[in-house]
Ligand binder design. Structure first.
Ligand code: SAM
Length: 294
């Protein structure tokens, strides 16, 4: 009876919760979207077109998945809660554009942090065509997921991700801001960051304690020349290990020799008392080049 009402609405979500005795698992970051404006906003921000290939992280009970499918996407989803596949099979539309659900949607019960994208999606997606990631991320592992996606060897066309507002602010931050740090730098060396929409806590069931933002990340056409990304990120993290201290202080463990530190600071053309958050990405690249790889 309620099946023509979208899953991502308070009435239908409540009906699903009652029917399957769903208890949102806090430890898995389960906050289900019940706001169609927000859901359609995410689909639009991702620019979903017919036959787009989409990886969704954490479909939950299918609020976002349903609208991705109806917009024409083929969806491959990672989920860890083994009670959800049955609900999704029953509640998602049985047919989309006259095609059975199974040809448009596949779910893999696997922690996305352990994903091997190429291997996992190999028999469902065509690698020669664009692949997008769209997700309302589980908040407890937002940052590791972003790091994993940014460093993946699968080249995604775009990542449209909903996350806590505070994390989105870190992704967008510019030098000199308190939000600027390793996450900002790791992402901005690889991707363009665009804030697409803000979503308040009332758009979810159960209601989280924080507001959210949807961010669209697209690979930079011209990436800064970084030879060894792992080494670069390690150096950046070391430079920020004590954010309130000066760069000179943070460099002590990386470059114990004071003459070397002075040489680097002169090369950067900065004051020795500068703090890490005031350095540009180009300056971090120079620091990483100066410091030998471990
Ligand atoms: N997409 C749904 C929505 O928008 O209503 C649910 C989003 S909910 C914020 C996050 C989802 O991620 C949950 O379904 C949760 O079970 C799942 N999840 C949590 N940890 C995960 C992990 N390590 N790998 C894959 N999915 C995970």
């Amino acid at each position: 009876m309620t099946n023509n009402i979208p899953i991502g609405s308070p009435v239908r979500t409540q009906a699903i919760v009652n029917r399957y005795f769903v208890k949102a698992k806090k430890n898995l970051g389960q906050n289900f979207l019940v706001d169609q404006t927000a859901i359609l906003g995410i689909v639009e921000a991702a620019g979903i077109k017919k036959d787009d290939q989409v990886i969704e992280i954490g479909p939950g009970i299918g609020s976002l998945t349903e609208q991705l499918l109806l917009a024409g996407a083929k969806v491959f989803a990672y989920e860890v809660d083994d009670s959800l596949p049955t609900i999704l099979q029953n509640e998602l539309p049985k047919k989309i554009d006259d095609q059975p659900l199974a040809s448009r949607f596949k779910i893999l019960l696997k922690d996305v942090l352990k994903a091997n994208f190429k291997e996992d999606i190999g028999d469902f997606f065509d690698f020669t065509k664009p692949i997008k990631v769209v997700a309302n991320l589980p908040y407890y592992i937002t940052t590791p997921i972003i790091f994993a996606l940014a460093e993946s060897d699968l080249h995604f066309t775009s990542l449209t991700l909903m996350m806590q507002k505070e994390v989105a602010e870190r992704l967008e931050a510019q030098p000199g801001s308190k939000d600027y740090g390793p996450l900002t730098i790791s992402v901005q060396t690889e991707m363009k960051v665009k804030l697409a929409l803000q979503v308040g806590r009332n758009s979810f069931m159960p209601r989280p304690k924080v507001d959210s933002s949807v961010v669209v990340l697209t690979p930079l056409k011209e990436k800064p020349a970084i030879e060894d990304h792992k080494h670069f990120i390690w150096v950046v993290k070391m430079c920020f290990s004590q954010r309130r201290k000066t760069l000179n202080n943070n460099l002590k463990s990386l470059l114990p020799d004071k003459t070397k530190r002075d040489e680097l600071i002169t090369e950067l053309g900065v004051e020795p008392r500068i703090r890490p958050e005031d350095l540009t990405i180009e300056q971090f690249i120079k620091i990483a080049k100066f410091i030998p790889a471990k």
